[in-house]
Design a protein around this ligand. Structure first.
Ligand code: PHE
Ligand code: CO
Length: 295
């Protein structure tokens, strides 16, 4: 099974040129007027499911962002409308793209506080299953966090860091940081674990699994450790990393990654379900779900 958001944020490098109708930076017009009633219905169905589920599960920053953007009004949101709030709150904008874009294009957008979002929405028979990130994953999952000033800075820094990592041939390491934070991150709070990763909060099943299932490991976030940990793109994660706060995440990434990349050149990848002596273990998972699935 594949889940919404469980897709690499990085497009394969074969199609370097933007598709017909797209600008050089791969953006397209959202063409909001052209969405059909059935497509708005799919948004509302997904929205209501997650809006019921997430209070008490998603972190405060996400819930505040959801509120500030008033995402449910009228079904699929019009980017012109949400950009008024987003621009005012953190200076970010959402731009429409046809689907996954090449790495450098993606990073260039982030570095300029533009979040590229898929223009299309999944079909009604794909509520839980989708290969590529659609507008629900991209906008419902990612955009609320961009209303938080600290997370907004982190995403911009990640864009710059992505261009650098590409240049240094360490994108495979940096991509794991994106995966285990922006897509599948958990956060500690006084009252227990909370979700902030877009791949989780846009998926009903993974919202429950990530917080409540006894299968996955839940480990304290450690930058270099995360960069050594492979991830699954086709199913629930086997390990989640827990940040103490968004400020702590941003702080950990302010350092120069050059020396880290040098060390990673000489370090082995870890096993996806390894628990190391140095890990801050929050939950040691049974891995039952993954082992059953893999046979
Ligand atoms: N500090 C990183 C570097 O030196 C850049 C970065 C910032 C990467 C934030 C990811 C997130 O490459
Ligand atoms: Co995503």
């Amino acid at each position: 099974m594949s889940l919404p958001g469980s897709v690499s944020p990085y497009a394969p490098d074969e199609s370097r040129r933007p598709p017909p109708g797209a600008a050089a930076d791969w953006t397209i017009d959202q063409a909001w007027e052209a969405y059909e009633d059935g497509e708005h219905d799919v948004w509302r169905t997904l929205y209501e499911r997650q809006a019921d589920l997430l209070p008490g599960r998603a972190c405060d920053a996400f819930m505040r962002g959801l509120d500030a953007l008033d995402l449910h009004r009228g079904g699929i949101p019009d980017f012109r409308r949400i950009n008024l709030d987003l621009e005012r709150l953190t200076g970010w904008n959402v731009v429409a793209v046809p689907g996954l874009v090449p790495d450098d294009i993606f990073f260039e957008h982030l570095a300029n506080r533009r979040f590229p979002a898929g223009q299309f929405i999944r079909r009604a028979d794909q509520l839980d299953y989708l290969q590529e990130p659609d507008i629900f994953h991209d906008v419902f999952g990612h955009v609320p966090m961009l209303t938080d000033p600290t997370f907004a800075d982190y995403m911009q820094a990640y864009g710059r860091g992505g261009l650098r990592a590409q240049h240094l041939h360490h994108l495979h390491h940096l991509a794991r940081l994106y995966w285990y934070t922006v897509e599948f991150g958990l956060m500690a709070s006084d009252t227990g674990l909370r979700l902030y990763g877009a791949g989780i909060v846009s998926s009903r099943a993974e919202s429950l699994f990530a917080l409540e299932d006894p299968s996955p490991n839940r480990l304290g976030f450690d930058l270099e450790r995360v960069m050594r940990t492979p991830y699954r793109i086709d199913d629930f994660q086997q390990v989640y990393f827990v940040i103490p706060s968004l400020e702590a995440l941003l702080n950990a990434t302010l350092q120069d990654f050059g020396p880290i990349y040098d060390r990673l050149d000489r370090a082995e990848d870890l096993g996806i379900e390894d628990v190391l002596p140095g890990d801050a273990v929050i939950t040691r998972g049974s891995q039952l779900y993954a082992h059953r699935k893999l046979g």
